[in-house]
Unconditional design. Structure first.
Length: 292
């Protein structure tokens, strides 16, 4: 569960973090909130991405982690077959609450914990800090494996020696011509059904369930033959805009009720012999529209 953490003013002046990209620095702050009181957390890239960049699916958390590992402010290690992340010097940056739950993650190996002797608020260069750590390559033990940022399970987008060069180029504006990330697709192509397209555009929560939506819409047309479903859907949308406090989460159930009331208040269609009653038709439409 994310915790409330502090951002020390020295964070903005940290030399090695300053060489990282803006997204990498933001990930570092996010990891503070995800780490336990010892500065540890399970390294699950998809979960970390969801907690850190929920609105930016194009961000590559693994590449950002590479920058932080190269800067010496993040360590990835393996214990009992699972990957964990550790923020060296965590308690130099943070003061966890005394009632915070104890860490459920195994402690990092000694060579990683040695980083806690370094005052990360002192603006040391990466080369000096790496010389102090003397932790080149992988160190394997009976229980732990320290994963350097060149480990195959955490691939680098470019050689480690170019990380600082890439960051410097970004600051100089040399990479302005780089291809922008692909935009997210938020709408489906028009289906040819004006009512269906309006529903998909107005209530995006219906996306991803195109087949069931078409069946529900076909059932609704049979259930409410005396009204114009598209016109009533537009009225329902306008009503929601004018009443934001009454915004409905179950959109299909909401529209089914709206269309049912519209038909009850309008001219009743002639009932065919042997056909289902209006109430039965409404119940059938609701059964398909109960879940979104």
């Amino acid at each position: 569960m994310p915790r409330t953490r502090l951002v020390n003013p020295s964070f903005f002046l940290h030399e090695d973090l300053g060489r990282c990209t803006a997204h990498a620095r933001l990930l570092f702050v996010s990891l503070w909130t995800q780490a336990d009181k010892e500065g540890r957390l399970r390294w699950l890239p998809l979960k970390v991405h969801g907690e850190s960049f929920p609105h930016e699916p194009e961000v590559n958390v693994i590449h950002l982690a590479q920058e932080l590992v190269a800067a010496g402010v993040l360590s990835i290690y393996e214990a009992a077959g699972r990957l964990y992340a550790y923020l060296p010097g965590f308690k130099t940056w943070q003061r966890p609450h005394r009632n915070e739950q104890p860490s459920a993650c195994p402690a990092p190996p000694a060579e990683i914990l040695a980083d806690d002797s370094l005052d990360l608020l002192i603006l040391e260069s990466r080369s000096k800090r790496l010389a102090k750590r003397d932790n080149q390559g992988s160190t394997k033990g009976s229980h732990y494996t320290v994963l350097p940022y060149t480990d195959s399970r955490i691939p680098l987008p470019s050689p480690s020696s170019s990380i600082e060069e890439d960051s410097a180029q970004r600051r100089r504006g040399d990479l302005v011509d780089a291809a922008p990330p692909k935009p997210r697709v938020v709408m489906k192509t028009p289906s040819g059904d004006e009512t269906l397209d309006f529903l998909l555009e107005t209530w995006p929560t219906l996306l991803g369930k195109h087949d069931t939506l078409e069946r529900w819409l076909a059932t609704s047309r049979d259930a409410f033959p005396g009204i114009d479903l598209l016109a009533e859907a537009r009225r329902a949308s306008a009503w929601q805009l004018g009443n934001p406090a009454n915004k409905k989460r179950q959109v299909r159930a909401f529209l089914t009720r709206w269309w049912g009331k519209a038909q009850d208040n309008g001219p009743r269609a002639a009932k065919q012999s042997g056909g289902a009653s209006n109430e039965d038709a409404i119940a059938m439409a609701r059964s398909l529209g109960a879940k979104i």
